[in-house]
Design a protein around this ligand. Structure first.
Ligand SMILES: *Cc1c(COP(=O)(O)O)cnc(C)c1O
Length: 395
């Protein structure tokens, strides 16, 4: 019950144990096509270029940035937590001229602030996080997307933590490139990064496209603007997933099975229903934690559905409580990074764990653990508050 990874859905684990096939087996090429079609629905996009990057979510982020950014490009990164800082770090390594704007952790930007910065900086790319689990904040980005489209600026969004648990509409919001992972609201393990690129983003890749020496036709030339990574060269990765099936890496078959099953689960449930499930159980967890006497960290109006941050009470040792939750109850809750370390706990309600029994069991365990740590609310107040939310919603 931390901010991710979460328990994988049993169906995903089962899918991963299927026999392996290579990437040129007709069965596998069919699975790859199915994955592309499924993730178009998950991202709510018509983008042809919708594939998996093999690696954790960060591999998707790095592939997007190293493939889109040419050294010297101006990139604007609005930072509201740890993962925004990660985007600045990766964009910097790609040779970008990085411009940042910042807002306090636990808040989001008014979209107009980002739009003003776009007008000031005139970037080639805006890179931002949609839901940042480090602060639990969800950044609205519809208006930013419309401005980027009108001004010919590419918009990249890291939707790893938000996708499947919070509304996201890649095409309607004009997001050129979105990348995700499986281990948050999609109920899978880490190790595969779904990505979708708009035609405008693919046009950038086309200018930088080159074919690897070992498989290129005689006399092929290398683009001056060649992408500075081979493994994360999205032009090559698209050629690999596309009609040509140009050889690149060996597809991580078990992870592809996992990604395919994660999408199938989400689409069977329905994306709107899954978002509503995260909202409902997130609201119950929020009420339950308050019922335990804890105060919420950050702007509640912009909280992600799938994770709650609470302030660690004075006099309570945060890491000792987390350790007791794990050893005594087998329940993991999250600590925090950077400026929030030792100050807040983060409790996830995501993917397979966005369930009533998981919420109530966690609250019961925390009630007991906090009591022994010397911080006591009226007995059962956490569970009662969560149950009240469920009862209210059932009406
Ligand atoms: C959890 C999270 C990630 C995780 O990246 P990994 O490479 O899978 O560890 C990335 N971005 C955001 C916004 C996250 O919340």
């Amino acid at each position: 019950m931390g901010p991710g990874p979460i328990n994988a859905h049993p169906r995903v684990l089962r899918a991963m144990s299927a026999p392996l096939v290579g990437q040129f087996d007709p069965a596998m090429t069919e699975y790859m096509n199915e994955v592309m079609a499924a993730y178009r629905e998950v991202f709510r996009t018509a983008n042809e270029a919708t594939v998996l990057v093999d690696g954790t979510s960060r591999a998707g982020i790095e592939a997007a940035l190293v493939s889109l950014i040419e050294p010297g490009d101006r990139v604007l990164v609005p930072v509201f937590g740890r993962f925004g800082l990660l985007l600045t770090e990766i964009a910097g390594r790609c040779g970008a001229e990085v411009h940042t704007i910042e807002t306090a952790w636990g808040t989001v930007f008014d979209e107009q602030e980002i739009i003003d910065a776009i007008h000031r900086v005139r970037p080639a790319l805006v890179a931002l996080v949609h839901g940042d689990t480090s602060t639990t904040m969800l950044q609205p980005l519809e208006r930013v997307g419309a401005v980027c489209r009108d001004e010919g600026v590419l918009l990249y969004a890291d939707v790893t933590a938000s996708l499947g648990g919070n509304a996201f509409e890649q095409d309607a919001w004009n997001v050129d490139v979105a990348t995700a992972g499986l281990q948050k609201c999609l109920s899978g393990p880490s190790g595969s990064a779904p990505i979708s690129l708009s035609p405008a983003a693919v046009a950038v890749l086309d200018r930088r496209r080159s074919v690897e020496a070992g498989i290129a036709a005689a006399g092929a030339t290398v683009s001056q603007a060649r992408i500075h990574s081979n493994y994360f060269d999205l032009a090559m990765i698209l050629d690999y997933w596309g009609e040509q099936r140009l050889n690149h890496h060996t597809e991580a078959a078990s992870m592809l099975y996992a990604a395919r099953e994660c999408a199938a689960l989400l689409l069977e449930e329905g994306i709107d229903a899954a978002v509503e499930r995260h909202r409902r159980h997130g609201a119950a967890m929020l009420a339950g934690l308050k019922g335990l006497g804890l105060t919420v960290f950050g702007d509640e109006a912009h909280r992600m559905n799938n994770v709650v941050a609470v302030n660690i009470p004075d006099g309570v040792e945060g890491d000792a409580v987390r350790a007791a939750m794990l050893t005594d109850f087998g329940i993991e809750i999250g600590t925090s990074f950077g400026p929030l370390h030792g100050k807040v706990w983060r409790v996830g309600v995501m993917g397979y764990n966005a369930r009533r029994d998981a919420v109530l069991t966690t609250l019961t365990a925390l009630d007991s653990t906090l009591r022994r740590a010397g911080f006591a609310a009226p007995a059962d107040a956490g569970v009662a508050a969560a149950l009240a939310v469920y009862a209210e919603e059932a009406r």
